[in-house]
Ligand binder design. Structure first.
Ligand code: GDP
Length: 292
C-alpha cells in the first residue's frame, strides 16, 4: 500500500498558473525544509521553467541544518535558481527574500517595470504565515485584479514590488512512494489518505538509519546504534507503545496509538530537528520511478 492522494481541481489551477506566469518575473516556491523534494509540485516546475526561481526552504527551524545545507547547494547549482532557508514567522529573513527576488530579476524594478513575483506552495507549507510576516503591520494594499480569478490577491510590498498569491490550490503530487510517506508524516496530506501505522513504520525505518542517536535519545530501546539499524520497525513501534503505555486490554500494544505517538513526536520535533530526505536520495527515487 502507499499514500493515496488525488485531490481535485488540479487542472483549473494548472490553467490559472500558466496564465499568471506569463506576466511574472520571479516564481517563489515554498518547500518544507524537512522534505524539500517531496513537498515540491512537479507541475509547477513545468509551468514556470522559463522563469527565475527562488526556492524557499521553509520551517528550517524544524529541519536538520546539515541537510538543509545540502538542499541549498543542490538548488543553487541549478541555473536561474536561488534557494534560501526560512522560518516564515520571523520578520528580518522574510524581508531578505525581497532582496533575493530583486537579484533574480535585475532588469525589473522601479515604477515603470515593477517586479512581479508569484508565490506558490502546497497547503500547510507556511505561505499564509510568510505573507502575514511580509505584510506585517503595514497597511499593504490587497485586492482582486480585474480579469483574473477572484481568489487571487496581489500584495504591494513596495511601490515596485508586487507579490501574487497562487491562483487555486497547488496540491502535492505524489510521484514516488517515499514522497507520499514523507508528506503524510509532515501532515501535508489529509488523514484519510494514509494509514498511520504504515507511515510510522516507514518513519522508524528511515530514522533508525539516518538519525539513530536521536531515536535512541528519545526512546532508549536499550540498543546500540548497530543493533537499532538491524531492528525491524514493527519491534521498535511495539517497544515505543509499551514504553508510553499505549496498550489495549490483555497488555498488548495498541499499534495505532503507538503510530500516532511516533508521528506526533516527529511533527513536534520531540526527537530533534530532522530532515526526511537528502537531494541524493530524492534523485535516486526519481530515477528508480522512471525505470519502473
Ligand atoms: P499555508 O497553508 O501554506 O498558508 O500554511 P500556514 O501559513 O497556515 O502554516 C501551516 C502551519 O505551519 C501553521 O501551524 C504555521 O504556524 C506553521 N508554520 C509556518 N511556517 C513555519 C515555520 O517557518 N516554522 C515553523 N516551525 N512553523 C511554521
Amino acid at each position: 500500500m502507499s499514500v493515496q492522494w488525488f485531490p481535485g481541481h488540479m487542472h483549473l489551477t494548472r490553467q490559472a498558473i500558466a496564465e499568471r506566469v506569463k506576466s511574472i518575473d520571479v516564481v517563489i516556491e515554498m518547500l518544507d525544509a524537512r522534505l524539500p523534494g517531496s513537498s515540491a509540485n512537479p507541475l509547477l516546475g513545468e509551468l514556470t521553467k522559463k522563469r527565475p526561481s527562488l526556492k524557499v526552504l521553509n520551517k528550517q527551524d524544524l529541519a536538520d541544518p546539515e541537510r538543509t545545507a545540502l538542499w541549498l547547494a543542490h538548488y543553487n547549482a541549478q541555473p536561474g535558481t536561488r534557494a534560501i532557508p526560512l522560518d516564515a514567522g520571523v520578520a528580518a529573513p522574510a524581508r531578505a527574500l525581497i532582496a533575493a527576488c530583486r537579484e533574480l530579476a535585475p532588469n525589473r524594478g522601479g515604477m515603470v517595470k515593477p517586479l512581479r513575483v508569484l508565490i506558490c506552495g502546497i497547503p500547510n507549507v507556511g505561505k499564509s504565515t510568510l505573507i502575514n510576516t511580509l505584510v506585517g503591520k503595514r497597511s499593504a494594499k490587497t485586492g482582486d485584479e480585474a480579469g483574473v480569478t477572484r481568489t487571487e490577491q496581489r500584495l504591494v510590498l513596495a511601490d515596485d514590488f508586487y507579490l501574487y498569491d497562487t491562483p487555486g490550490m497547488l496540491w502535492p503530487r505524489i510521484i514516488v512512494p517515499q514522497s507520499g510517506f514523507h508528506l503524510a508524516a509532515s501532515g501535508a496530506v489529509g488523514r484519510n489518505a494514509y494509514d498511520d501505522q504504515e507511515v510510522a513504520l516507514e518513519l522508524l525505518d528511515n530514522l533508525k538509519l539516518a538519525y539513530p542517536a536521536l531515536l535512541l535519545a528519545r526512546y532508549g530501546f536499550g540498543l546500540t546504534a548497530e543493533a537499532l539499524a538491524q531492528a525491524p520497525a514493527e519491534e521498535l513501534l511495539d517497544a515505543i507503545g509499551r514504553q508510553r503505555g499505549a496498550l489495549v486490554s490483555g497488555g498488548r500494544v495498541d499499534a495505532q496509538k503507538a503510530a500516532e505517538l511516533v508521528i506526533g513526536d516527529f511533527r513536534a520535533t520531540l526527537m530533534g530537528r530532522i530532515t526526511l530526505e537528502t537531494p541524493e536520495q530524492y534523485l535516486q527515487w526519481l530515477r528508480a520511478g522512471q525505470v519502473a
